[in-house]
Design a protein around this ligand. Structure first.
Ligand SMILES: [Zn+2]
Length: 175
């Protein structure tokens, strides 16, 4: 272990991603190791983040588990106001602390591949079929009318969070 450094460790689960309103991550289990050392007037925070997260597959929308293994560094200084540029963060001296949860989320999100899809053959083909049929037959106006006629009511707030998802669920339930 390095001299003049502090080591921290924790395990983050799905609750962490729910608490910070992580937009892309549905679930996860991530081990975070943080080493903090001081160099001149700068605190150097070295993060090692490793585990798995569950996201939506870009192709079939079903759960897709992806590995995470990333190393990142933040350089933190004390100053008058909070500011953040790339890896350099200034924390108000009167506060004297930094919440790293959103940074950790960003490290995880940035480490994921741009294209998030199941391995060939791993997608939920039933979902894809339903999604494709729905896209082909429906314009937004038609979807509205179809929903009003449907006996199974869908709450309005549910539609706002992810309309595609509700449409899919309804199609699958009717099969
Ligand atoms: Zn898929």
């Amino acid at each position: 272990m390095r001299q003049n450094s502090c080591e921290y460790g924790c395990t983050l689960d799905g609750q962490f991603f729910a608490d910070i309103d992580a937009p892309d991550v549905r679930d996860g289990r991530i081990d975070v190791h943080l080493s903090v050392r001081k160099s001149m007037d700068t605190y150097v925070l070295d993060f090692h983040t490793e585990g798995t997260v569950t996201v939506a597959c870009d192709r079939c929308l079903a759960d897709l588990e992806l590995p995470v293994d990333t190393d990142n560094t933040l350089y933190v200084k004390l100053g008058t106001d909070f500011s953040e540029k790339d890896d350099f963060v200034t924390v108000p001296e009167e506060d004297g602390w930094i919440d790293v949860s959103w940074f950790v989320y960003e490290f995880v999100a940035l480490s994921l591949p741009m294209k998030k899809v199941h391995a060939p053959g791993g997608c939920d083909e039933r979902m894809i079929k339903a999604l494709n049929e729905h896209i082909c037959i429906s314009s937004p106006e038609e979807v509205e009318g179809w929903e009003k006629d449907d006996t199974e009511a869908i709450p309005d707030d549910g539609r706002e969070t992810d309309p595609r998802w509700n449409e899919l669920k309804k199609i699958l339930n009717n099969n």
